[in-house]
Design a protein around this ligand. Structure first.
Ligand code: DX5
Ligand code: ZN
Length: 222
């Protein structure tokens, strides 16, 4: 069984002390930092953008796994690169030219990812699979933390695992939404290599982060 990467979503962190929270999850064993950017238009919620990410960047050396729930994306790609994003993931519905957007992300020095909503079919990745370094499977409808895992996405994860293995490339298969110690092992069995978790990591405060992260890895060790 592959080692699963854990990418805590800072959407569930205390926004009044984001730098401190990032240091705490880094020390608690996070492999990446998942940063949810929401624009109040593509999704019905608002978070923050490149200036905040730039200020957070010095608080961890781990990759910043930046999930853009915004439209349009293209005018802001350079700003996210300058802010220090390592992986920049976009929804195909965010603009009319997904291939161009992925090329622009790569050209700006970041790894391009594609996020797939629960209602979006898996084959949307087929024409672009050679251009991406991550598939982010949404197991909730994007916009909010603390929602319930949508079971039907497990079959889609299995489909993506097959598609990725066929390429022979090391594309990260990440799942996002409703992950906890009960649902994570099922996603791992279906083939994910990375897990995003917000509420399941941040619950209980900093003293619990290491245990919470370890509990999510549980399913990967047997
Ligand atoms: C949802 C975000 C997620 C969210 C996950 O739109 O993309 O990253 O923070 O939160 P939990 O783990 O609480 O479902
Ligand atoms: Zn996310």
């Amino acid at each position: 069984m592959r080692d699963v990467l854990i990418s805590p979503s800072i959407l569930s962190a205390d926004f009044a002390k984001l730098g401190e929270e990032i240091r705490a999850i880094d020390e608690a064993g996070a492999d990446m930092i998942h940063v949810d950017v929401m624009d109040g238009h593509f999704v019905p919620n608002l978070t923050f953008g490149p200036p905040v990410i730039e200020k957070l960047r010095p608080h961890s050396k781990k990759p910043f796994d930046v999930h853009l729930m915004m439209s349009p994306v293209d005018p802001f790609i350079e700003d996210f690169a300058k802010a220090g994003a390592d992986i920049l993931t976009v929804h195909p519905e965010a603009g009319p030219h997904i291939h161009r957007t992925l090329q622009a992300i790569r050209a700006a020095g970041m790894k391009p990812g594609v996020a797939i909503n629960p209602g979006t079919p898996a084959d949307v990745v087929d024409p672009i699979i050679d251009d991406i370094d991550m598939i982010l499977v949404m197991s909730v409808n994007p916009g909010f933390g603390g929602q319930s895992f949508i079971e039907s996405q497990l079959r889609k994860i299995e489909m993506f695992r097959r598609k990725i293995d066929e390429t022979g490339r090391d594309i990260i298969l990440e799942v996002d939404g409703g992950l906890n110690p009960a649902t994570a092992p099922r996603a791992i069995d279906a083939g994910v290599s990375a897990i995003v978790a917000g509420s399941a990591v941040f619950r209980g405060g900093p003293g619990e982060y290491a245990g919470n992260i370890a509990a999510l890895r549980g399913g990967a060790s047997n």
